[in-house]
Design a protein around this ligand. Structure first.
Ligand code: ADP
Ligand code: MG
Length: 335
């Protein structure tokens, strides 16, 4: 069987099934980060790979932005476990004729977010390569225990931080050189180049025992909600009119409606599930999260699958897909 038939998630499932669960592995393959225990202390670890032409395009991504984003996407995975990032290794391949300034810029980008998030670079590896690629591994702590994708139950409310679809619109503007109002363009493109990593929100949701399942939205809301629902063995109803959209999204969405918010990648917002009886407690900590949160739907029995409905109860015919590296026919720049 070819990878294009198996798909990225089918491949990961095969690797998972054939991998023995080693000692100290609390959560292994299949979540945003692994959760490991060693001498009664636990830690998180996550990796992400960014390849030129697949995940980023150097025509519109500076090395500074690439460095920032490399760390941001990893911090986002630690945030999705309710953790705090600590140590980072970076392995990179880069063409020999590149200027050293570019590499310096890359690490300036890493330091810029590293100093904001308490992350220290402690090692890595470097090689000459035909294309630029970067592989980052980030270690973190789980001071309040890790929140996995698997804890949601029927009846839970589904929340998301920030706004959805901005990064996907920003990328489209860059790729198609679309005409959009100056400030909207700047906002949407910055959401693509400088992803939010909702670290503070993730930590508070874990500390207050509010989120009982969580994932970061990297491959599109429906794709990642699908992963959470699969792990938790529930279905979900999403209310299309409740989706949090930015002002810039609203003013440039006329043609596509909420499709970028539902299926676009690289939001790096947190999607989490909450017991309905914890609503009042969530209201109390809302201001401290440092980001807007919106209830977008409810968990339902798994046999109902995932549906997107309007306020009139009509189901939207949205394809249940986000990005799959091996199945997508047209390479889309996403992580
Ligand atoms: P995320 O989007 O949160 O980074 P992915 O969809 O990339 O998550 O990966 C899902 C899970 O599969 C994660 O637990 C990840 O560590 C694991 N995984 C992905 N690729 C591999 C691989 N080549 N070998 C082992 N585990 C993998
Ligand atoms: Mg993730």
């Amino acid at each position: 069987m070819r990878l294009s038939e198996l798909g990225e998630f089918g491949l990961i499932e095969r690797i998972r099934k054939t991998t023995p669960k080693g000692p100290g592995v609390r959560i292994g393959i299949g979540d945003d980060a692994a959760w490991l225990e060693c001498k009664n202390r636990s830690f998180l670890i996550t990796s992400d790979l960014l390849i030129e032409g697949i995940h980023f395009d150097l025509r519109w991504t500076s090395f500074y932005e690439l460095g920032y984003k490399t760390l941001a996407v990893n911090v986002s995975d630690i945030a999705a476990m309710g953790g705090r990032p600590t140590y980072l290794t970076i392995s990179m391949g880069i063409p020999v004729n590149s200027s050293t300034k570019k590499v310096e810029d890359f690490f300036r980008g890493i330091r810029a977010l590293g100093s904001q998030t308490g992350v220290t670079l402690v090692g890595g590896d470097t090689s000459a390569a035909r294309l630029v690629f970067v592989s980052a591994s980030l270690i973190g702590q789980a001071p309040f225990g890790a929140i996995t994708r698997a804890g949601a139950k029927e009846g839970d409310d589904i929340y998301v931080t920030g706004t959805l679809g901005d990064a996907a619109l920003g990328l489209e503007i860059l790729k198609k050189n679309q005409k959009v109002k100056k400030w909207d363009r700047a906002f949407l493109i910055s959401r693509h180049l400088f992803p939010s990593a909702r670290l503070k929100a993730g930590l508070i949701l874990a500390k207050e025992r509010l989120a009982r399942a969580m994932i970061d939205v990297s491959d599109g809301l429906l794709q990642d909600l699908g992963q959470l629902c699969k792990a938790s063995k529930v279905g979900a109803v999403v209310w299309s009119e409740a989706l949090p959209l930015s002002r810039a999204y609203h003013s440039s969405m006329s043609k596509n409606g909420p499709v970028h918010a539902l299926c676009g990648g690289e939001d790096y917002e947190l999607l989490f599930c909450l017991r309905s009886r914890d609503r009042a407690r969530l209201e109390k900590v809302k201001k401290r999260l440092g980001v807007r949160i919106t209830c977008i739907g409810k968990c339902v029995p798994s046999r109902h699958g995932i549906r997107v409905i309007t306020s009139k109860g009509k189901s939207l015919p949205v394809p249940l897909m986000g990005y799959d590296h091996f199945k997508s026919k047209f390479p889309v720049l996403t992580s």
